[in-house]
Design a protein around this ligand. Sequence first.
Ligand SMILES: [Zn+2]
Length: 102
Amino acid sequence: MEHTRAHLNKILPAVGDSFVTNRRNPILTIAQDTTPGNHDTLMAACDSHRYVKQFHIAEYHENCTDSLKNALGELGEQGREFSPAPFNIFMYIPVRDGLGLS
Ligand SMILES: [Zn+2]
């Protein structure tokens, strides 16, 4: 996502915008969007630590980081401890200029 934000020079992609790889090759273009169009590019993928420390949920909670790791493991890729920044479709995170998340 950091490469796409730099490529677009904005944090909220819109119709016609293309996402790019770390080598700036286009991999996805938004052709149509029938939603209000607020799709987050800033929030990290959730993980077990977030549920414990931020949401105070003591028992294990399913999360995106483990889901990706498990899915890749089923495909034969093991040992992945890094989860790339996600494109959070339909996730509205209001941002104010220079003031962080509101
Ligand atoms: Zn998640």
